[in-house]
Ligand binder design. Structure first.
Ligand code: FE
Length: 207
């Protein structure tokens, strides 16, 4: 099997959010997609370790935001590499609520959708939710971020619990144990802050 074949698959980049029992969270995914047209239905696969996955299980509703190309890496880090179990990811952000009281981000968003879960499939490490689209709106008329653009132009990395994660081999430098960012230098400055997830030098591991 040639693992490079997997890199030929194309995806978008999205934030999926949900809310239940007074708590809300969201995470970056590349697995949101439309699967039927009439009625419009989406699927999304989320890791069972993921707090947003638990919230969708409880609420039966999820929200999808399509990210734009100008999204900063700090924003990706906040929503893609830190757990909503520990802190409120939406605090201090520009947020609106959809018709089902799920918060969603309006910055770096070009479209958003509200979906009601109609099927749930256990696929091992992840849960695949199929949702009926209840609402869909354009946020701003800008091109969406693609997964290829994220990797090639923004030099983005993939967290370990993403379906498309692949083990990185033969690299030198230091790796952030939280987000996987590689600092390609022999020495890591003591006051270094990870540019993706904002963690200090102490969480870095020598490669
Ligand atoms: Fe990091």
């Amino acid at each position: 099997m040639n693992e490079k074949a997997f890199f030929k698959l194309s995806y978008g980049l999205y934030i999926v959010s949900s809310a239940a029992n007074g708590k809300a969270s969201g995470c970056v995914v590349n697995t949101l997609q439309q699967v039927t047209a009439i009625p419009a239905r989406f699927s999304v696969a989320l890791s069972k370790d993921n707090f947003t996955e638990q919230l969708i299980e409880e609420s039966g509703v999820f929200h999808g935001v399509v990210l734009t190309r100008d999204v900063p890496m700090e924003f990706i880090g906040r929503f893609g590499f830190r757990s909503g179990k520990d802190f409120d990811k939406f605090e201090g952000m520009n947020v609106l609520e959809d018709t089902h009281h799920i918060p969603y981000l309006t910055d770096y968003a070009c479209a958003h959708f509200t979906c009601k879960v109609i099927h749930k499939v256990d696929i091992g490490t992840h849960v695949l939710f199929v949702g009926e689209v209840l609402d869909a709106e354009i946020v701003k008329d800008e091109p969406p971020m693609t997964y290829a653009y994220y990797h090639e132009v923004k030099n983005g990395v993939t967290p370990k619990n993403a379906p498309s994660y692949q083990e990185v081999k033969k690299q030198i430098g230091w790796r952030c144990s939280v987000c996987g960012y590689i600092y390609e230098h022999e020495e890591l400055p003591a006051d270094f802050i990870c540019p993706v997830c904002g963690q200090p030098a102490s969480v870095f591991e020598k490669l």
